[in-house]
Design a protein around this ligand. Structure first.
Ligand code: HEM
Length: 234
């Protein structure tokens, strides 16, 4: 699998298949989310719900498979050896862009899980129309405890029983950490934005902006690595 992913790509003369494929997927998912955002803005709640929900689930699934096959931070570990430009460009341009990208992607993944749950909690259906409920949205202490304990048990068991490698166990443990983080985050956000509808709109907009930032920065690093400053081996 690794040799397949590092074989020549199809987008640029120096790109690898893995890098090219993940660039295409990044464009595909971001455009899909922008379309979902557009549907939300046009008050087409049910279509917005279907596009964002299935888009986010597919993206999380893709990201997990990508992580298992290619390893996280492939771009950053290729690092200096994979960058054929001058040192000052690497240190002052490439690394800061890569850092912004990694922060945007990490936050974006956490917010993907958060927004899916918030979408269901903050909306309702009436005569086939999905709308956001303008009311205080608060998690009960019982739900808070159940989510933490339940996810610890489920992901802990899966990590112990189903992981042949340490990398796989880390994926399941990370799932628990993301859920725990999101649940704690929600406690703070409840005080700051008590109304569920405006919480959904505000944090949803931040999520969408993060995805656009992640796409711009990943495209910039791709162009630098494989078009402007490739390592020419031939
Ligand atoms: C998963 C990621 C999601 C993101 C990032 C997101 C983001 C947004 C944003 C930014 C808006 C406001 C659009 C605007 O007026 O500017 C919105 C509206 C809305 N969202 Fe989501 N959303 C997500 C998922 C969901 C889900 C899963 C549901 C339902 C279960 C849902 C239901 C709605 C509804 C009903 C509206 C209001 C549409 C209207 O104004 O009539 N969203 N969303």
């Amino acid at each position: 699998m690794k040799s397949f992913l590092t074989s020549p790509g199809f987008l640029s003369p120096y790109g690898t298949f893995g890098a090219d494929f993940s660039s295409v997927m990044a464009w595909f998912f971001t455009l899909l989310f922008i379309y979902g955002w557009y549907l939300g803005r046009k008050h087409q709640g049910q279509r917005h719900h279907l596009v964002t929900l299935w888009g986010m689930i597919a993206m999380l699934g893709y990201f997990t498979i990508y992580y298992l096959a290619r390893g996280l931070g492939a771009l950053s570990t290729e690092g200096k050896e994979g960058f054929g430009g001058p040192d000052w460009v690497y240190n002052s341009v490439f690394v800061p862009i890569l850092l912004i990208h990694l922060i945007a992607v990490s936050l974006g993944l956490v917010l993907a899980v958060y927004m899916i749950i918030l979408g269901f909690r903050s909306s309702a259906m009436k005569e086939k129309v999905r709308f956001l409920k303008t009311e205080t949205l608060k998690m009960s202490p019982k739900t808070f405890k159940s989510i933490l304990i339940g996810s610890a048990v489920v992901f802990g068991l899966v990590a112990v029983l189903r992981s042949q490698t340490f990398a796989r166990a880390i994926v399941w443990i990370s799932c628990f950490i993301i859920i725990a983080f999101v649940v704690f985050l929600e406690r703070g956000i409840e005080r700051w934005l008590p109304d569920g509808a405006s919480r959904h709109r505000k944090i949803g907009t931040v999520t969408m902006v993060l995805y656009v930032v992640a796409l711009i920065t990943s495209t910039a690093t791709y162009v630098m690595l494989y078009y402007i400053y490739p390592v020419k081996t031939i």
